[in-house]
Design a protein around this ligand. Sequence first.
Ligand code: F6R
Length: 240
Amino acid sequence: MKVITVRDYNELSAKAGQLITDLIRSKPDCTLGLATGGTPLGTYQYLVERYRAGDITLKDVQTFNLDEYCELPRCHPQSYYRFMHDNLFQHVDLQAENMHIPCTEGGDPQSQCDSYNTLLNSTTVDLQLLGIGSNGHIGFCEPGTPFTRETFLTRLSDKTRQDNQRFFNSLEEVPTTAITMGIKNILQARSILLIASGRGKAECVAQMINGPITEQVPASALRQHPNVTVILDQDAAALL
Ligand code: F6R
C-alpha cells in the first residue's frame, strides 16, 4: 500500500484527478470503478476541468459505480445515479451505454445484484476509486462483511446512516439498504485509489493501514491487494 499525504483537500483532489487523467491518457478505453459521497467531488471537478481543457476524452471509457441506495428512485436528488450525472457524467463525453450503476428501482434486489455482478465479472476494472466510511467501510461493505462477498444487498449501519444524514433533511430519510459491490469485486481491480480527507477519517485510516486485517475493518482487506494507492490530507493522516 503506497500512502501519499498532501496538505489539504484541494491538493488531494488534484493528485487523485491527475492519476486518473494519466490512466485515461495512456489507456483511452480504460474501465474505471467510481465512488460517490463527499470525498470524490473535487476529483470529479478536476476531471471535468481537464476534459474542458481538451486534455482528456472519456468517449471510450467505461465506468462501474460501487453502490446505489435502495428506496430512492433514480431521479431522487440523493440517488447515486443523480450524483454521478450531476457531478461528472453530464459534463464529459462519456457514452450513456458505458456508464454502469447498480439498479435498485423496481425488480427483485437479488436479481439486480446478480445482473450487476455478471456485468462486473465480464470486465476488469483498471482503477477503482474508493472513499472510506468513518467505520472503515468501502463501497457499502459494512464491518463484518466477509472479504469473499460479491455484489449484494447490504443493510447500512447506524453509523453510516448518521454520517450520511448531512445529505438529507432527517435521519429517517436516509435509506436503510443499498446494493453494493462486494469486497471480492473491489479487490479484482487492477489498481485501487483510496482517498480520505478530514479529521473524522483519521481513526479508520490508521486502522486500515496499521491495524489488524479483519472483517471488522473492511478497508483493511485492501492490504491484500498488490497495487493500492492511498491519498490522504494531513487531517486524515493525523494518527499515522
Ligand atoms: C460511496 C461509497 C462509500 C463512501 C464513504 C465515504 O460510493 O461507496 O464507501 O466512499 O461512505 O463517504 P464520504 O466521501 O462522503 O465521506
